[in-house]
Write a protein that binds this ligand. Structure first.
Ligand SMILES: [Zn+2]
Length: 442
């Protein structure tokens, strides 16, 4: 049974972006089968179920290239002890306790809640990085189940680190990577690694071996803080990107998250190995770790995507944060207008294609039916030439009304259809105090 989303403003994006007023997108099964004017498509697909999208704008679903679902239950929690004064203290006092305090059902709930928030924000594809060292085994199955229930696409991995038990989490990644295999376009797997400063050469070599045998990439934090860069220079006598390259972590399937404190030579190495970088501006500002040299990366034709790093599931807000941050950091109001949207709309689609084997980020016949439909009445002309102005200054504050992924309507009229939002939030509020108590006792 086909469905026509009609009478809205359709923005196709892709290489040949078109803005179609009174447009229509017709979907059938998991794919888009028609795009054009509402009147033409009514004639072409007269039996399709019609969904009126007047007063709305129809966009491809958004993609988040780096998330941490597991951070959910820390929301509103008082952090025991003195406030952390630097990044390593933030990890030690907050995140390395949050992940250790997560048990069974907490892992499920802390994935379900951000997945609901993804649906609310039209984010249909997420690349997640998970840690729950008190219960690593089977944790990725729980998250997979939550992603499938939500109806979204997810690339999952477990964060290997030597900080608790040497090589903790390797087995979970290996098991899950084998289980996913080539994937079904909905779930993908990567080898998750925390960061150079918590990983020995032996652990990295083992993980890279598993990843290479399975043909998947590594998903790792790189030079998020100066401490990571200095640790590599002090312990191994080389910059962090050079260390990771020597051990085989670089490459066209790997995601290097942050890359804030890297020098020109490290950038050249990232470019030469076609390794992807994911920028997380809001998280970097929150942790006060520094500003990624975005334009120096882009100048080298490095593919830079955009993530939220667990801060949010709203990718338009992350895009605008990138736009604002790089104007301020470069003291130049001429920059970032093209680049910030490009990270989200174009580069994230390229990253997702490599992961899921499907071409997302474009409304076109034959493409997957992943849509974000937002309430938006343009106050001025809206066309192909000024779409980015509407994106940065208008759509970023618009409410998502309807979210579609793989042809399934997950939210309509702002009501989540695939999950019981109220019950899930209530259960999380029930379990969170126990999780906070375990954390305080660590
Ligand atoms: Zn992260």
């Amino acid at each position: 049974m086909a469905t026509r989303f009609e009478n809205g403003i359709v923005v196709t994006l892709g290489a040949n972006n078109q803005v179609i007023w009174n447009g229509s997108v017709v979907i059938e099964g998991e794919n888009i089968v028609g795009v054009g004017s509402a009147s033409d498509l009514q004639k072409q697909f007269p039996n399709a179920e019609a969904v009126d999208c007047s007063g709305k704008i129809v966009l491809p679903g958004f993609i988040c290239a780096h998330h941490h679902f597991y951070s959910t239950m820390a929301r509103g929690m008082a952090i025991p002890g003195e406030p952390a004064s630097n990044f390593v203290e933030i990890l030690e006092r907050l995140w390395w306790k949050v992940d250790r305090a997560l048990l069974g059902e907490d892992i499920t709930l802390s994935a379900q809640i951000p997945l609901i928030e993804c649906i609310r924000n039209g984010t249909t594809t997420v690349i997640d990085h998970h840690a729950s060292p008190s219960m690593p085994d089977g944790s990725l199955d729980r998250i997979e189940e939550a992603v499938r229930q939500a109806g979204l696409r997810g690339s999952l991995c477990y964060e290997v680190s030597d900080r608790n038990v040497t090589g903790d989490g390797i087995k979970e990644n290996e098991r899950f990577i084998k289980k996913v295999g080539k994937g079904d376009g909905q779930i993908a797997a990567m080898m998750g690694l925390h960061a150079s400063f918590t990983l020995s050469d032996a652990t990295l070599e083992k993980c890279v071996g598993i990843a290479q045998d399975a043909g998947v990439g590594c998903h790792i934090h790189v030079a998020e803080d100066l401490a990571d860069e200095e640790d590599s220079r002090n312990k191994y006598g080389m910059p962090v990107v050079h260390r990771l390259h020597k051990l085989g972590v670089t490459g066209p399937k790997s995601l290097f998250i942050h890359c804030i404190h890297i020098d020109d030579e490290e950038m050249d190495l990232i470019a030469a190995t076609k390794t992807w970088v994911v920028h997380n501006p809001e998280s970097n500002m929150n942790n006060a770790v520094g500003v990624t040299r975005l334009f120096d990366l882009l100048k080298r034709n490095i593919l830079v995507g955009l993530g939220s790093d667990g801060m949010s599931s709203d990718m338009l807000s992350q895009m605008r944060c990138a736009y604002l941050l790089h104007r301020l950091a470069n003291n130049d109001p001429r920059v970032a207008f093209l680049e910030a949207p490009k990270l989200l709309l174009e580069n994230n689609a390229n990253i997702a294609e490599r992961q899921f084997g499907v071409r997302l980020g474009e409304i076109a016949e034959g493409r997957p039916a992943d849509l974000a439909i937002l309430d938006y009445q343009p106050p001025t002309v809206l066309n192909e030439t000024n779409f980015l102005g509407h994106l940065i200054f208008g759509l970023v504050d618009a409410t998502v009304d309807t979210t579609v992924c793989r042809g399934r309507i997950l939210m309509q009229g702002k009501k989540i259809l695939s999950m019981d939002e109220e019950r899930i939030a209530a259960r999380s509020r029930e379990l969170a105090p126990q999780m906070w108590k375990r954390l305080a006792d660590l």
